[in-house]
Design a protein around this ligand. Structure first.
Ligand SMILES: Cc1ncc(COP(=O)(O)O)c(C=O)c1O
Length: 322
């Protein structure tokens, strides 16, 4: 079985290609301070705590073939992140959904990466009361982007387990609340780049795997699927993968797992809204399963993910106002 060339399908298949859009929305659309604009015009007030101190909660949902995927799950995760960080969105779920629909419509895309955030806003005199902050809402929609291209997914990514950085501990910042604190993740990517690797995964202080930049980590050993139970975002693609694996009859283990177990795995992959299920070829230079390329079960999960998506599974049709 070959890896589905999903990016190519999105670019070429008439049921995926872009709808009409005004020229100013060629790169995407945005919503800032209650106003829609092109993404090229969108800007952030420089004193916003989201910009100055990474003080924000955010989420990202994808659209494929004109359907949001698991929109309600994303909206719920976002609401829960706001609660955990004492942030208040000015919009409820229905109003947020309306904004996201409008953004995708303006961008005229049936394959979209749709981002939204609530930031703390400027710092008021009374810093100790979260209610005295004027929280702000931002959002944008751009054509869909893959963390790993068709070519990379076909051959599998070269993954590094970061040796320089551990993931920010859950007792410092709750990783289940999607947030802007990415310095550990970003610097680990530069560490990977120095070694000719393409993506990373970070451990916690106890040496257990957590997650990577924008991704959850999975591995397969003797046909069984493993993923960390804590120290990571509860990714919507992770949840989807666990469901698809169960459907394929794979035993699934959500538990503490180590870098040694990952290096010794038969197959591995990372998951994200920005790319779905992305096969790993090697970990720290060790080719998994002793054979180059994505493993058979990873390929099965990868292709099942996209075929389900394109059947409209757990999808909410974008309201293009047609
Ligand atoms: C730190 C982190 N972990 C995991 C993920 C994957 O989550 P999802 O599948 O919901 O995109 C993301 C997504 O951006 C992330 O930022």
């Amino acid at each position: 079985m070959n890896i589905t060339r999903a990016a190519n399908v999105m670019l070429t298949d008439p049921s995926h290609t872009r709808l009409e859009y005004a020229p100013e929305f060629a790169h995407g659309s945005a919503y800032v301070n209650g106003t829609f604009c092109s993404i090229d015009e969108a800007s952030v007030p420089i004193t916003d705590g989201g910009f100055m101190q990474a003080d924000a909660a955010y989420d990202v949902v994808s659209v494929s073939k004109g359907f949001f995927f698991r929109l309600e799950d994303h909206l719920e995760r976002f609401e829960s992140a706001c609660k955990k960080f004492y942030l208040r969105s000015p919009y409820d779920k229905n109003e947020t959904t309306e904004i996201l629909n409008k953004l995708v419509t303006l961008a005229g895309t049936r394959e979209a990466y749709v981002w939204w955030a609530v930031t703390r806003g400027p710092t008021p005199a009374k810093r100790t009361d979260p209610n005295s902050y004027n929280n702000r809402f931002y959002a944008f929609a751009i054509p869909y982007r893959f963390i790993a291209s068709d070519e990379q997914r076909e051959r599998g990514l070269e993954l590094l387990v970061s040796k320089r950085y551990i993931r920010i501990p859950p007792d410092s910042v709750d990783p289940t609340a999607k947030n802007f604190l990415w310095m550990d993740l970003k610097l680990s990517l530069f560490e990977a780049g120095e070694q000719g690797r393409e993506w990373t995964v970070l451990c916690d202080a106890q040496g257990n795997l957590t997650e990577g930049p924008g991704v959850n980590i999975f591995f397969i050993k003797h046909g069984e699927l493993f993923t960390p139970d804590s120290g990571c975002l509860e990714g919507i693609t992770r949840k989807t993968t666990l469901e698809l694996a169960a459907e394929l009859g794979m035993p699934v283990h959500v538990k503490p797992v180590t870098a040694d177990e990952l290096r010794d795995a038969d197959e591995a992959f990372i998951t994200s809204t920005a790319g779905g299920i992305m096969p790993v070829n090697s970990v720290d230079g060790i080719i998994l399963g002793g054979e180059s390329g994505p493993g058979a079960l990873t390929t099965k999960l990868h292709n099942l993910y996209w075929s389900r998506r394109w059947d409209g599974w757990l999808g909410t049709k974008v309201n293009y106002g047609e």
